[in-house]
Write a protein that binds this ligand. Structure first.
Ligand code: QUE
Length: 362
């Protein structure tokens, strides 16, 4: 699907096509699982694109039609933590700093997303000015399934979705398609995947991006998820994961079967991850992205030190027995003191420069 063949040693290819900077995620066998080499290549080129007067905007795309980016390379992070904990912490810190740099990038930026966009892929695309969904777009923040939490600044985005949809997506980790994502504003446009290369060409000629995308947008059809908006907003407004489960169980009538399916999914997720996720997303409602990313780093460090994250990666991605043994195993055994400790500042906090500093001309 790509018509040029410049080699990729870092898992990303970086090109300039006239006025457009192009970043192609190119680790297709791993569904573009995001790692430090990819992170470093992108972080290095952003200031160059921002400064270059020829460059009008930035585009992200993938060399695979199966995935834009299916997540972070969490197996590498767990392996790194066993060797050298500070290296694993740095992987999270550096990724969140990149997410902040993308938010502060001062020119139009567009992700052309086809296939899976999950975890780290959400961090790469969510703060772009334009987010274009191809035909096979699939979005999820599935971290509670591996004993982690929705990180990469996603809590900032989830906190701003209507009808408590962010709590629903962040807690269940369920996947949605592009009609749902468009209804929620997670994507700004739906454009047939066949036209993505054409969009790249036209952006290279510095065509105005809004008209270019508006003209190619197709209405994606009805959102299945929105049919459950009332049930979701009623249940996920409850104070705690346990109270959300109670409300789901109490749903009657035509929605009861669907609500029970959601409840069954939540019961498989790591209890500590659910508790942390509720608090994290609710705190993000009144914050700037920068503060949410600082807390992402606190929480990521705590999950590295605790047991569930390594156990979830083992059960879902390494041994693939899909039978993680969570600690604690049930919500009622989550110790409130331990939960509070996840949110306490670190001795070594993530430091992110203010937006004005990120955008200063150097
Ligand atoms: C939950 C997750 C992840 C996941 C599955 C989950 C995740 C992640 C991957 C992943 C990505 C690329 C691969 C791969 C697995 O899967 O974060 O094998 O090549 O990176 O249920 O959070």
């Amino acid at each position: 699907m790509l018509n040029d063949t410049s080699p990729s040693t870092s898992g990303v290819r970086i090109e300039r096509r006239n006025a457009l900077g192009i970043i192609t995620l190119d680790r297709p066998k791993a569904l573009n699982a995001f790692d430090s080499e990819m992170r470093q290549a992108i972080a290095g080129v952003l200031p160059e694109f921002a400064k270059d007067p020829i460059i009008y905007g930035l585009a992200f795309r993938s060399s695979s039609d199966r995935a834009f980016c299916a997540g972070g390379d969490v197996r590498k992070i767990i392996a790194a933590y066993r060797e050298d904990p500070s290296q694993a912490r740095a992987m999270f810190a550096d990724e969140y700093a990149l997410d902040w740099a993308l938010e502060c990038f001062s020119k139009p930026s567009v992700s052309l997303i086809d296939g899976a966009v999950m975890g780290s892929g959400v961090g790469l695309s969510a703060f772009n000015t334009h987010r274009v969904a191809g035909d096979n777009y699939r979005f999820a923040m599935p971290e509670t399934a591996i004993g982690l939490f929705p990180d990469v600044g996603a809590a900032h985005v989830l906190a701003r979705l209507p009808h408590e949809m962010g709590l629903y997506l962040g807690l269940t980790g369920r996947t949605i398609g592009r009609a749902d994502a468009y209804a929620l504003g997670l994507v700004t446009h739906c454009v047939s995947s066949d036209l993505h290369d054409d969009i790249i060409e036209q952006l290279g000629e510095a065509w105005p991006i809004d008209k270019l995308l508006d003209d190619r947008h197709v209405e994606p059809g009805e959102s299945d998820l929105m049919r459950h908006a009332l049930t979701i907003s009623n249940c996920f407004a409850a104070a705690s994961p346990a109270a959300i489960l109670d409300r789901l169980e109490a749903v009657t009538g035509s929605e009861s079967e669907w609500a029970n399916g959601v409840r069954v999914d939540l019961l498989e997720r790591a209890p500590m991850s659910l508790e942390v996720t509720v608090r994290h997303i609710r705190q993000a409602r009144t914050e700037e992205l920068r503060d949410t990313l600082v807390r992402d780093y606190r929480l990521a460090c705590r999950f590295l030190e605790d047991r569930d994250f390594a156990e979830g990666v083992r059960a879902l991605l390494i041994d693939k027995d899909k039978a993680p043994k969570w600690h604690p195993a049930v919500l009622s055994d989550v110790d409130p003191v331990r939960l509070d400790a996840y949110f306490r500042p670190l001795s070594d906090e993530l430091v992110l420069p203010a937006r004005e500093h990120m955008q200063a001309i150097s």
